[in-house]
Design a protein around this ligand. Structure first.
Ligand code: THU
Length: 130
């Protein structure tokens, strides 16, 4: 399955999304894109606020796009910085990705694709609420 993923397309979409970021305060635009289990590609970018602490990470935008475009499960995710280099999602964003992709979702890193079970070990998630 991992070998079938067109990582270049996801990476290119993440770079395009990064250009749409609203990051006037940090000047640190972030873009993210993902392959959904039905084959569609979605993306997001960070959206900051004058009230600094309530700025939204790119992954917030991504999971909103996921839900609003029909839902589904995240299969493969690429997050990038202003240079298009792979960026490690912050802890809160790993939780967002985990909610919608689970342990098997793949996140691209400089060491290649990593499962969410490695990026967020022993995660709290929907199963724990049962
Ligand atoms: N940021 C993201 O959008 N995603 C991450 O996973 C890391 C951080 C944003 C938040 C803020 O707008 C900027 O990067 C600098 O922290």
């Amino acid at each position: 399955m991992s070998a079938d993923i067109d990582w270049d397309s996801i990476h290119n979409l993440a770079k395009d999304a990064m250009k749409k970021a609203y990051a006037p305060y940090s000047k640190f635009p972030v873009g993210v894109a993902a392959l959904v289990n039905d084959g569609r590609l979605i993306s997001g970018a960070n959206v900051e606020n004058a009230s600094y602490g309530i700025g939204l990470c790119a992954e917030c935008s991504l999971v909103s796009a996921l839900t609003m475009s029909g839902g589904g499960r995240l299969v493969a995710i690429v997050c990038v910085d202003a240079n298009g280099n792979y960026l490690a999602p912050c802890g809160r964003c790993r939780q967002l990705i985990f909610e919608h992709g689970g342990n098997e979702a793949l996140l691209m890193t400089p060491d290649g694709p990593q499962k969410m079970s490695a990026m967020l070990p022993w995660a709290f998630g929907p199963e724990d609420l049962k």
